[in-house]
Design a protein around this ligand. Sequence first.
Ligand code: BG6
Length: 481
Amino acid sequence: MPASTATIVIFGAFGDLTRRKLIPALYHLYCNGHLPEALRIVGVDRVETDTDGFRAHHLEGAQTFVPDIYTSESWSYFGGQLHYVQADITSRAGFGHLKDALTEIEGAPSDRLYYLAVPPLLHKPIVENLSAHQMEVEDEGWRRVIVEKPFGYDLGSAQELNASIHQVFEEQQIFRIDHYLGKETAQNILFLRFANTLFELMWNRNTIDNVQITVAESVDVGHRAAYYDRSGVLRDMFQNHLLQLLTLVAMEPPAILNANALRNEKVKVLESIRPVNLADTVRAQYADYRETEGVDQDSQTATYAALKLFIDNWRWQDVPFYLRSGKALNRKTSEIIVTLKRPPSVMFDRAFAEQITPNMLAICVQPDEGAHFTFQAKLPDSTAETRPVDMEFHYASAFGERRIPDAYERLILDALEGDAALFIRSDEIEAAWHIVDPIISGWADGQGPTMATYERGSWGPTEADDLLGRDGRTWEHSCSH
Ligand code: BG6
């Protein structure tokens, strides 16, 4: 537990993320005794209210989003640590007021974590305004900044943003969030691979036929249509979450488990990805997407994408990685399926050999977190018939009542402790944009596939099945049936 006194300053204090995720995560951390003894949470926004109004807003949020832990006793202490400063975060003068207010609330020197839970356009002005009032200076405690995604809109804007934040903060003070890295099951990929002997032995091009990463959502774009129509699935999900999952699956073991060693290995993976062939991409919209309020009637924004890519290094040469993600799909599931090559089947006759499905390891990121390994077993009372059977591990049954913390709990705690391992480094962000930018601009220039459509509740367009079909493969589902 961090020992000192600290302040978390949340810019965007009345935003959806703060209400649904950040305050509930902090409340959970408090109830589990993980927060520093003296921690103040200062919300900053332009909404006209005071500390009482801010507390009431988040009390209602906590009752809605974490009703299982809410008690009036715990809230009476936790809620008492919430403070509100009304300020225009685009104005330099507003920060003078904020600085004075923080000094008064803190009463004594304190560490500070600035959390930018605001749209990306505000990242730069906030950082500049902090600097204009020397609020990044570490003479009275550490100063760190958490930057929410999306980090930039493309490679150029991400580079600009990195450069302007670096003018004020050192890289080790900057924590760029990708909440997928805070998910327990995403972290477990490294433990599954490197804390066991079995899997790493097979984890290479000699044994693995292909890897599939699916992040499917059943929700549509909902009330975020205006943001989403400018963004699309490649920026919203691939540049960050899918590529992050991919790095965890494909990276080499770091020599030591610290932030830099880990992130060096992830960057190497991203830099080894071969430029994606546009013929190996699929883009699609769900059928009534263009009728959504806030969406352009001629929108060319993809709500679904599928890609085939290759990692040109010793371990992965020529192993296809198939990635797909979309909104309004059949169900919410994030899963990574590692399919092994077929065994040589000399001892079986051809008819039997053909029924043998390859071994598959499924890492179920969410929901029903766990892992399954599918292998062949002989059908009882047959001569040589086999069936695929499953060895399954589910967090819920293996770890009983121990709850899986929300990703934001892990990430906020790590930032308070100064551990950046689960945050994205500047070169990593830029390497990821290097991969998706050419696809986005190729599509915008009319190259590659035309926009396909898919029915709500389906698994996506048939074009995505064809992408694998051309290679004699199909998309696999193993988690959350
Ligand atoms: C966010 C995207 O980063 O991740 C959303 O902006 C998406 O569009 C969300 O719905 C998915 O996160 P999770 O944790 O629900 O899988």
